[in-house]
Design a binder for this molecule. Structure first.
Ligand SMILES: Cc1cc2nc3c(=O)[nH]c(=O)nc-3n(C[C@H](O)[C@H](O)[C@H](O)COP(=O)(O)OP(=O)(O)OC[C@H]3O[C@@H](n4cnc5c(N)ncnc54)[C@H](O)[C@@H]3O)c2cc1C
Length: 416
């Protein structure tokens, strides 16, 4: 079969890899100038700048099936987090994976003793020895509720919600209100306890590049935006790209949800969450290999990470890179104002450090919105039109695992 795949994000590339491995001819058309979609890394004066702070959980089941972790040369963050409230810092050693190790941390006023017991209970239920999991959609939790409600019903205090869960999961869901589906919380909790939180030594884009390396030379066409799908009778049989018609036995639309809706004319999930990621060159010390979290109301940055403590290749030799994330958008603020406000806050978090502005990434569409109920309504990979298939995070869940699983399932649907 000859299959056209539209979009070289993780979903499109995984789909192409599976089809190619099974002997099908694939052509991937990508609108931008590189592979990876939302997982790209820029190089600027020897610094590696991921397009937004992203991490890779080694426990992701779909990723394990398609990636060679050794070749990615993954570098791990330390578990736990450093929690900043103004000039005060509390270090939680490993509250999710090994709750017992959190005793010194949890005996600070960040959380109560009951929170420690509740963490143990949650870990027994969702952690490494708990439910087997393959995807968010398969998480067997009681109900479609808000992550916030799930934690409160599990008995956690408002104090640990404000001091830990909001900034910690806020950084993953890009939503500090915890209005995301509890399924995502449960899946993420499970991933965190089953493996490590990492980045490839040379930046996140190494992940899609590795997927693309499995495809025959010349099968990925960059700077090639597909303008429309073309049908013969009922069947989608070609696309228009770069002014030409290209025919295929099947077409997989593997773009972001809004472009998929336009291109394929199918309903796809609406809504998005975003962030502004700010990079500084760091002089001095931040939180080393732990993620720094901003607790309390009105913080400018939700989280900050000393990327070079995890992989020193993120900066030129002997220099340091700090990535800091504001959740939401800052449309009214200039880059200079963002740098300035960021430095004011970071100077409280890291009083002995200095910060030199490097780059601002404004990313309004990072993940499709995942309120409770979303994962019961995600579209399937096969559509009601013969020859037309969908792939992309929005058919599963907003994550690297969701995108790769979706690509894998779309390939199987095409072959079926
Ligand atoms: C800042 C940020 C932080 C994140 N953090 C994490 C994290 O820590 N862990 C995690 O698991 N996930 C994280 N995610 C989510 C994860 O990156 C995404 O869920 C995943 O990469 C989506 O992949 P995709 O293939 O579905 O879509 P995309 O990566 O968006 O790929 C779609 C591709 O289609 C192309 N395209 C669109 N229209 C056309 C057209 N007409 N013709 C040709 N090509 C087209 C686009 O250019 C794009 O390359 C984060 C995302 C962002 C942005």
């Amino acid at each position: 079969m000859r299959v056209i795949i539209i979009g070289a994000g993780l979903a499109g590339l995984t789909c192409a890899k599976v089809l190619n491995t099974n002997g099908h001819e694939v052509s991937v058309y990508e609108a931008s100038d590189g592979v990876g979609g939302r997982v790209r890394t820029d190089e600027a004066d020897g610094f590696l700048l991921d397009r937004g702070f992203q991490v890779f959980f080694t426990a992701y089941p779909a990723a394990k099936r398609h990636l060679d972790y050794g070749r990615l040369d993954l570098r791990a963050f330390d578990p736990g987090a450093a929690i900043h409230r103004g000039r005060r810092t509390d270090v939680l050693s490993d509250p999710l994976r090994d709750p017992a190790s959190a005793v010194p941390g949890l005996l600070t006023d960040v959380a109560s003793f009951a929170d420690k017991l509740n963490t143990l209970r949650l870990s027994a239920k969702l952690g490494a020895k708990g439910l087997p999991v393959d995807s968010v959609t398969q998480m067997e939790i009681e109900a479609e509720v808000l992550a916030e409600q799930y934690l409160l019903e599990a008995g956690f205090s408002e104090r640990i919600l404000d001091n830990f869960f909001r900034p910690f999961y806020g950084g993953i869901f890009l939503d500090r209100t915890l209005a995301t589906s509890a399924r995502v919380l449960a899946f993420t909790f499970s991933m965190l306890t089953r493996g490590e939180t990492t980045v490839p030594t040379l930046g996140m884009q190494r992940i899609p590049e590795q997927l693309a390396s499995h495809l025959p030379e010349g099968s990925v066409h960059l700077s090639s935006r597909v303008e429309e799908l073309l049908a013969k009778g009922e069947r989608v049989s070609a696309v228009r790209v770069n002014g030409a018609e290209v025919e295929a036995d099947a077409v997989v639309v593997a773009t972001e949800s809004p472009s998929a809706a336009k291109l394929a004319g199918k309903p796809t999930p609406e809504g998005a969450v975003g962030e502004v990621c700010v990079y500084y060159e760091l002089s001095g010390r931040a939180d080393g290999k732990k993620v720094g979290l901003g607790a309390g109301d009105g913080v400018f940055f939700n989280n900050a990470s000393e990327m070079t403590a995890v992989s020193d290749a993120y900066a030129p030799t002997g220099r340091k890179l700090l990535s800091a994330v504001h959740i939401g958008q800052l449309d009214g603020l200039s880059d200079n104002e963002i740098y300035r406000r960021g430095i004011t806050e970071l100077s409280d978090w890291y009083p002995d450090a200095d910060f030199r502005p490097l780059a601002v990434y404004r990313l309004p569409f990072c993940q499709f919105a995942q309120p409770p109920g979303t994962h019961r309504r995600t579209p399937g990979n096969a559509t009601d039109e013969p020859g037309l298939y969908l792939a992309g995070e929005y058919t599963e869940d907003a994550s690297i695992n969701g995108a790769m699983l979706s690509g894998e399932k779309a390939a199987k649907a095409v072959m079926a």
